[in-house]
Design a protein around this ligand. Structure first.
Ligand code: GLA
Length: 398
C-alpha cells in the first residue's frame, strides 16, 4: 500500500512545484553541438561550479543532441555512445548530482533526432523509464522527423510516460512554436519553445553553412502576443542563450536583459571554461536574474518604441516593476523619459501605475546603483545595441 501511495504522490507532482520560476541551467548545444564527451563535460560541470554559475541560481546541466550511439541495442534500449561516455550515462548523471546540479537530457518525438540519432517515436515508455533509472531530472524533447505526428498527442504521450515513472522530470517541449504549443503545452510540460533556433546574431540574422537561425531581436519580436500564456509552472521558451558566443558585450548584456524581461528559461550555452569576466558578470548578475525569477512569473511587454529606442516593462511582485530601455538602432541615442507623463496599464497582470501619482525609486541593475526616483525625467545616453535596465520600487513614506 505504502509503495502505491508513494508512486501516486510523485505522479501528482504539480507543474508549479517543478518549475515555479523559469528553469535555469546550461546546455551543450549552442557551443559544442554533437561534439561532446565525458571528459569535456565533466570539466564543464566543474567550471559550472567554480565560475559561480551554480551559486547564481543555475541548476540544470543538460546534454543536448549527440549523446547516444547511432542505434538502439538489441533490446531496443537507447545507449550512450560508448566512445563518448565510456562509463555510461548513469555515472555521468551521478557526477552532475554530486556537484549539486540537476541532470537533463535530450531526445526527439520523431523517428530520429535532428542530428540523426535514434528518436523516441514508439519507445516513449521505455525511454522514460531508462531516463528515470539514470536519475534524469529534465528532458528536452525535439520535433525533427515527426512527419504525420500530431504535436499535442506526441508531447502528451511522452508527458504521460514521464509521469508514469514516478520521478519528477521537467518536460521541455522543443516544437519551435509550429503548432502553437503555448495554447496546449501546459497540459504536457513546464516550458515550450516559441520559435525556431537562435543563432549568434543580435539584429540581422546571420547565415552560416547554408542555415539562417533567428537573431535575438527576431525572437523578441515574436513574444508579445503570447505573453499571457506564461506563468508559474508553464513558460514560453524563446530558446537558449548565446551570451559569450560572439556578440559584442553590449549585445550580450541586451540579450540577457531581454530574456530576463521575458521571464524566459535561462539556459546558458557558452564554453564555461573560456568565459571572460564580462560574460561571467552578465550571466551571474543577481539583480537581473531576480527580475527573470520573480515569483509572480509575469512576462514583460513592449510599452513604447520610438526611433529604434524601445521600452519594455515587466510587472514584479510586491508592486515593483522592471523597465528595460533597449537601443535597437545602429547609433548612440539619448533616453529622455518623463515618467510623470506615463501611465502603465496591463490587464494580464492587473497592473495599473500612474507615475504622476506614485513615486518609484530607480535602481540601475547593470550599473548596480540607485539613480533617483520617477519624479525627475530620466535622461541618459545609451549606446547602440545597449540597454539600461531598471528595477522600480515604490517609495515608502514612513
Ligand atoms: C533543434 C533544436 C535545437 C537543438 C538541435 C539538436 O534544432 O531546436 O535547440 O536541440 O535540434 O539537433
Amino acid at each position: 500500500m505504502l509503495l502505491v501511495f508513494t508512486g501516486t504522490a510523485s505522479f501528482a507532482q504539480k507543474s508549479e512545484e517543478m518549475a515555479p520560476t523559469p528553469p535555469m541551467g546550461w546546455n551543450t548545444w549552442n557551443i559544442f553541438q554533437t561534439k561532446i564527451d565525458e571528459p569535456l563535460l565533466k570539466s564543464m560541470v566543474d567550471a559550472y561550479v567554480s565560475s559561480g554559475m551554480r551559486d547564481a541560481g543555475y541548476t540544470y546541466f543538460v546534454l543536448d543532441d549527440g549523446w547516444m550511439a547511432m542505434e538502439r541495442d538489441k533490446n531496443g534500449q537507447l545507449v550512450a555512445d560508448p566512445q563518448k561516455f565510456p562509463n555510461g550515462m548513469k555515472a555521468f548523471a551521478d557526477y552532475v548530482h554530486s556537484k549539486g546540479m540537476k541532470f537533463g537530457i535530450y531526445n526527439c518525438a520523431g523517428t530520429k533526432t535532428c542530428a540523426g540519432y535514434p528518436g523516441t517515436r514508439g519507445h516513449e515508455y521505455e525511454d522514460a523509464r531508462l531516463y528515470a533509472s539514470w536519475g534524469v531530472d529534465y528532458l528536452k524533447f525535439d520535433w525533427c522527423n515527426a512527419e504525420g505526428e500530431n504535436a499535442r498527442e506526441a508531447y502528451g504521450l511522452m508527458s504521460k510516460a514521464l509521469k508514469a515513472t514516478g520521478r519528477p522530470i521537467v518536460f521541455s517541449l522543443c516544437e519551435w512554436g509550429t503548432n502553437r504549443p503555448w495554447v496546449w503545452g501546459k497540459d504536457a510540460g513546464q516550458l515550450w519553445r516559441t520559435t525556431g533556433d537562435i543563432g549568434v546574431a543580435f539584429d540581422k540574422p546571420v547565415t552560416k553553412n547554408g542555415w539562417t537561425p533567428l537573431s535575438v531581436l527576431n525572437i523578441l519580436d515574436r513574444q508579445d502576443s503570447i505573453r499571457q500564456y506564461a506563468g508559474p509552472g508553464h513558460w514560453n521558451d524563446p530558446d537558449m542563450l548565446e551570451v559569450g558566443n560572439g556578440l559584442t558585450v553590449n549585445e550580450d548584456k541586451a540579450h540577457f536583459s531581454i530574456w530576463c524581461m521575458l521571464a524566459a528559461p535561462l539556459m546558458a550555452g557558452n564554453d564555461l571554461h573560456k568565459m571572460t569576466d564580462q560574460t561571467k558578470n552578465i550571466l551571474t548578475n543577481k539583480e537581473a536574474i531576480a527580475i527573470d525569477q520573480d515569483a509572480m512569473g509575469v512576462e514583460g511587454f513592449k510599452y513604447y518604441m520610438f526611433d529604434g529606442l524601445e521600452m519594455l516593462v515587466k510587472p514584479l511582485s510586491k508592486g515593483d516593476l522592471a523597465v528595460l530601455f533597449l537601443n535597437r538602432s545602429e547609433r548612440p541615442q539619448t533616453i529622455n523619459f518623463d515618467w510623470a507623463a506615463h501611465q502603465i496599464a496591463d490587464t494580464t497582470s492587473k497592473t495599473d501605475v500612474d507615475f504622476s501619482k506614485t513615486t518609484f525609486k530607480l535602481r540601475d541593475v547593470w550599473a548596480k546603483k540607485d539613480i533617483g526616483t520617477t519624479q525627475k525625467p530620466l535622461k541618459q545616453p545609451i549606446a547602440s545595441h545597449d540597454v539600461v535596465m531598471l528595477r522600480l520600487t515604490k517609495e515608502q513614506y514612513l
